[in-house]
Write a protein of this length. Structure first.
Length: 327
């Protein structure tokens, strides 16, 4: 499996010390209120400390003084303790301090008696997530995959993803092994609520292009909410416009079962397999094959170990076809 050395660190982690003193009573969180009625929106970065692109996007928005024309925008460096430990010589070690902060968003964990750096931070931020109406959570991946927007798959999320129009691929469903992501935290994951959260995987953790995708994801998010205009988006965007989005439904998630797992190729992600029965990987001598025709590989994890999710499988969304027919 590729080690960190297979992926050069092309990005520089921005100094976020100037953002420590927030204006909402929580460190590294800043709210900009336009004074004009509109959405209550939030953009997250570095829920994982080794994913630099979120910090770069937030730093860019603040340095460029990109302010909402309506509504209220909150910018949040989610896990600064992990981020401040980033070392380009060992770039994976700063993913978290005590535990993965994007696997603890359940009432049981947040209200329970456990303690960790990440839980303390999550509890401090929780009132913000209980308040905001729209959330963009910026992440990156372990391979040179093209960017992917991840949503749980609720109808309200699909509508917002279509309005967002970026990036080119939208994956619906989690296929999680354990825990819940922030975007699945109630009320975001409640179909009775109109609040929406989405997660964007912008590319390989330390690739230069990943920062561009993160900045553009933030800009498109603000434009979708009419918080910035077309001219502001055009002046700051880094990547070409997306044509037609591809929406897929995640059907399977696979966790490694043995200590002898390998992919049959150095997959990046979003590879398509025309026929059912094609071999993707081998786990303890068992061949793992595509379960249906036109199968799509989502986010292969070449660093996963036994018990961890190592890939997801998806198919083109029939739901998207129905939406197109209704438009």
């Amino acid at each position: 499996m590729p080690a960190d050395s297979a992926y050069p660190v092309e990005l520089t982690a921005p100094d976020i010390s100037a953002y420590r003193d927030g204006n909402v009573g929580v460190d590294y969180v800043h709210t900009i209120d336009s004074g004009v009625p509109g959405p209550d929106a939030m953009i997250n970065g570095v829920i994982h400390g080794n994913e630099l692109c979120g910090a770069i996007a937030l730093d860019y928005l603040m340095r460029e003084d990109i302010r909402p024309e309506r509504g209220r925008l909150t910018l949040c460096f989610v896990n600064p303790e992990a981020y401040l430990r980033f070392d380009p010589e060992a770039p994976s070690r700063s993913r978290f301090v005590d535990e993965d902060m994007n696997r603890l968003w359940t009432t049981e964990r947040l209200d329970g008696g456990d303690d960790s750096v990440e839980l303390r931070r999550a509890r401090a931020l929780r009132p913000l997530y209980d308040r905001v109406e729209r959330l963009l959570d910026i992440h990156s991946m372990g391979t040179y995959s093209d960017p992917i927007l991840l949503i749980h798959g609720l109808e309200k999320e699909r509508r917002f993803a279509r309005r967002l129009g970026y990036p080119a691929t939208v994956a619906c469903g989690s296929a999680h092994v354990v825990g819940e992501r922030l975007i699945e935290y109630a009320p975001f994951n409640d179909p009775r609520s109109d609040r929406v959260a989405c997660l964007v995987e912008c590319g390989q953790h330390w690739a230069r292009a990943t920062a561009d995708a993160a900045i553009d994801s933030a800009l498109h998010f603000l434009r979708a909410l009419d918080m910035i205009d077309d001219e502001t988006l055009a002046a700051h965007r880094r990547t070409p416009p997306v044509g037609e989005q591809t929406i897929v439904d995640v059907t399977h998630g696979y966790a490694i079962r043995t200590h002898d797992f390998f992919f049959v190729e150095d997959f990046r992600g979003l590879e398509r397999f025309p026929k059912a029965g094609e071999v993707i990987a081998v786990d303890g001598g068992e061949e793992l094959r595509t379960p249906y025709d036109d199968c799509i590989l989502i986010m292969p994890n070449h660093r996963a170990v036994r018990g961890q999710r190592v890939f997801r499988l998806a198919r083109l969304s029939a739901h998207a076809d129905q939406e197109d027919a209704a438009d």
